[in-house]
Design a protein around this ligand. Structure first.
Ligand SMILES: Nc1ncnc2c1ncn2[C@@H]1O[C@H](COP(=O)(O)OP(=O)(O)O)[C@@H](O)[C@H]1O
Ligand SMILES: O=P(O)(O)OC[C@H](O)CO
Length: 498
């Protein structure tokens, strides 16, 4: 009987696979990190073949480890790092350039030119986005302009573009299926979130031929069957990782919010069937499409969160594993008035400054690695306050609680500080792999493994609630110090080698 679900969670730093048993318990998880390629300051690339080999490898590993037959797997759900752009040759199936990762700033100059042409309003009205190098559109244009012969090939219909979900499905189906879903399409700057179609005007501005684009589907339907190691298993769910986490956190009602602390940090609020335009530089994006209905979301995107902990580990080498940061940061009572602004990849929402860079201020002779570690964690939490304030203003409501997930949400010190700064309870579920779970649920709903969303809602359980303990006065003092520190990071570089 087909009653297990398999989730592919292709993240920025690792590919993960989850296998869910018939009761929705995660019975196996496998994870493989892959290379982060930094060819120049501000540039970030991945090898698409490594994305595929690590993802297919971990999927095979969970199936083997759990000793489950392929014909017991009801469906595969796919969730992925978003915006990252891959262009491949349809005939050879090979990428013509590395994946240009969402964090990559190389097209900031192209974005400045679009702003100078007065396109900001058009972009916001059609795509729900701000003009920024974050989104796929300018990355595809860069590949077409910079890889020898690419533009001519694209004009002849020989190239395909996809976000990571499209690439994985193309590989998983032996090059037969070229699709994406609405959540991923809404991150490209090429997709009209109201008509729910590729937008000819945006394609024209970015000079991207329509023939390169995948077909846009809902987030929960059968797209096709896998070939190869997972032969015959239906692929039935696709959602960008942040939208998948929104679904997996059971934020199914308008006004519900989740915040995921992974490489970056992404807060999404379900706004129901209404695409709420932001007046505070947040993004309007598609939450998911299922059962003939599109749900929209407001999003605040922070580019560096857990990544600052990786930098403490790999760059400064003051810890050996990410988890060690908690003990190091807890070894001092506070940051000693040190503030760390982790603008390593510029600043995302609500600042949108691609020229910002990381800054540490307030250091004295007494500053130690422990103060830096604590300031790094606090820098994650302060960025979230910037987002929450913008989101409350856009939605015209005050949040009552925040559901959290992602690798860095396992850090209790960070979660307590987050609750203190926000002044609301922070709720962590028992299973923080909500990103993978969301796509498994979307796939399970498509194949009838679950009859309705009520079936999946019972699978969410809170593990720990962090209650705010800081006084409102102390909170405001700390926040005003953060805003001062932020000013030191803004507009630091003049160009991004565009
Ligand atoms: N205990 C921890 N404290 C702080 N950060 C952590 C902790 N555990 C993991 N992280 C950070 O979380 C990130 C990994 O989370 P994950 O959700 O897997 O991210 P992604 O999907 O972006 O690859 C890494 O950047 C890592 O440094
Ligand atoms: O890989 P993550 O989990 O940090 O998510 C990356 C986001 O999708 C970027 O928009």
């Amino acid at each position: 009987m087909r009653n297990y679900l398999l989730a592919f969670d292709q993240g920025t730093t690792s590919s993960r696979a989850l296998l869910l048993d018939p009761d929705g318990n995660t019975i196996a998880v496998a994870q493989a990190e892959f290379r982060q390629i930094f060819p120049k300051p501000g540039w970030v690339e991945h090898d698409p073949n490594e994305i595929w080999s690590t993802q297919s490898g971990v999927a095979a590993e969970v199936v083997n480890r759990a000793n489950v037959d392929l014909n017991q797997i009801a469906a595969i759900g796919i969730t992925n790092q978003r915006e990252t752009a891959i262009v491949w040759d349809r005939r050879t199936g090979q990428p013509i350039y590395n994946a240009i990762v969402w964090q990559d700033r190389r097209t900031a100059g192209m974005c400045d030119r679009m702003k100078a042409e007065g396109l900001e309003q058009t972009v916001q009205e059609r795509t729900g986005l701000v003009i920024d190098a974050y989104f796929s559109g300018t990355k595809v244009a860069w590949i077409l302009d910079n890889v020898d012969g690419a533009r001519a090939k694209a004009e002849r219909g020989e190239l395909a573009f996809g976000t990571v979900d499209s690439w994985l499905i193309w590989r998983l189906t032996g090059g037969r299926i070229h699709v994406t879903d609405e959540t991923n399409a809404s991150r490209t700057m090429l997709f009209n979130i109201h008509t729910r179609e590729w937008d000819d005007e945006m394609l024209g501005h970015l000079r991207v031929p329509r023939s390169m684009l995948p077909e846009v589907k809902s987030s929960s339907e059968v797209y096709g069957e896998a070939v190869g190691t997972l032969a015959g298993v239906p692929i039935a769910g696709i959602a960008g990782d942040q939208q998948s986490a929104l679904f997996g956190q059971m934020c199914h009602e308008p006004g519900m919010v989740k915040n995921t602390y992974g490489t970056g940090c992404f807060m999404l609020m379900n706004t129901g069937k209404e695409a709420v335009p932001s007046r505070n530089k947040l993004l309007t994006t598609i939450g998911w499409r299922r059962g003939g209905e599109t749900h929209y979301a407001l999003e605040g995107s922070i580019f560096i969160a857990g990544a600052v902990v990786q930098w403490l580990r790999d760059g400064l080498k003051v810890i050996r594993s990410s988890a060690e940061v908690e003990a190091l940061a807890s070894s001092v009572p506070d940051s000693g008035d040190v503030y760390l602004v982790p603008a390593f990849a510029g600043l995302g929402a609500p600042h949108w400054d691609p020229y910002a860079r990381g800054a540490v201020v307030g250091m004295t002779r007494g500053t130690t690695d422990a103060h830096l570690a604590r300031a790094a964690l606090e820098g994650i939490a302060f960025q979230v306050v910037d987002i929450l304030r913008a989101m409350e203003a856009d939605a015209g409501i005050s949040l009552k609680e925040l559901r959290v997930d992602g690798g860095a949400s396992n850090n209790n010190l960070l979660m307590q500080f987050q609750a203190d700064l926000l002044g609301i309870p922070v709720i962590r579920p028992a299973n923080t792999e909500t990103t993978g779970l969301g796509s498994a649920f979307l796939a399970g709903l498509a194949v009838g493994h679950y009859k309705s969303v009520d079936d999946v809602r019972t699978l969410w359980k809170a593990d720990r609630v962090f209650e705010p303990a800081m006084s409102a006065d102390a909170r405001e003092v700390r926040y005003s110090r953060w805003r001062k520190a932020l000013d030191h990071a803004r507009s630091w570089v003049d160009s991004t080698n565009d």
